[in-house]
Ligand binder design. Structure first.
Ligand SMILES: [Zn+2]
Length: 179
């Protein structure tokens, strides 16, 4: 049996019928299922939480593996409907990082099947993803877009400092000229 439409167009009822019968389908994609919770416009927050719990009942192990395979989706699905402070977010990424190490150890992933992963290193000291293992080619590996907001803040601060220095220099020069 095949599923005749993408998960992200499912109604709540369709999820509830499909998930417990997942073995009947030939191309049931667990990652697609979890990801769809972030994209599906037919669901309320409570629907999403209910479907997530039902999914966890069947697929919790696969979901936990997403911490390594697709940490961004793991993070977003885990925090549906939760308001996070910056500290909460950092905490989440720390835990994900620790779990990644556990998964690597438990699965005894050797270098060969681990070659496509690399540690996130965008060069910013306080980046929450520092040290996180990221699959090559996945969004977190590609860019430091995730950091745009803070980077802008930095740019603004640097600009403010520069303007301050320039006006100081200018005042000093003027004073010297007057002398
Ligand atoms: Zn970064």
């Amino acid at each position: 049996m095949t599923i005749d439409k993408p998960f992200n167009q499912f109604s709540k009822q369709e999820y509830l019928e499909c998930i417990p019968n997942h073995q009947l389908y030939t191309e049931f994609n667990t990652l697609g299922l979890y990801r769809s919770l972030l994209e599906n416009g037919n669901l309320s927050k409570d629907d999403k939480l209910e479907i997530r719990e039902l999914s966890h009942y069947y697929f919790k192990k696969t979901f936990d593996f997403l911490q390594l395979k697709d940490p961004q989706t793991f993070f977003e699905v885990s925090t549906i409907g939760v308001e996070l402070t910056k500290g909460d977010e950092l905490n989440w990424w720390r835990i994900i990082r620790e779990n990644q190490e556990k998964i690597i150890k438990e699965k005894k992933l050797n270098h060969r099947n681990f070659g496509s992963y690399a540690k996130h290193d965008c060069g910013i000291d306080y980046c929450p993803y520092n040290g996180l293992m990221i699959r090559q080619g996945s969004p977190l590996a590609e860019t430091s877009m995730h950091f745009k907001k803070d980077r802008n803040k930095d740019v603004k601060m640097q600009k403010a400092l520069r303007i301050k220095k320039e006006s100081r220099d200018w005042k000093r020069r003027r004073n010297e000229e007057e002398d």
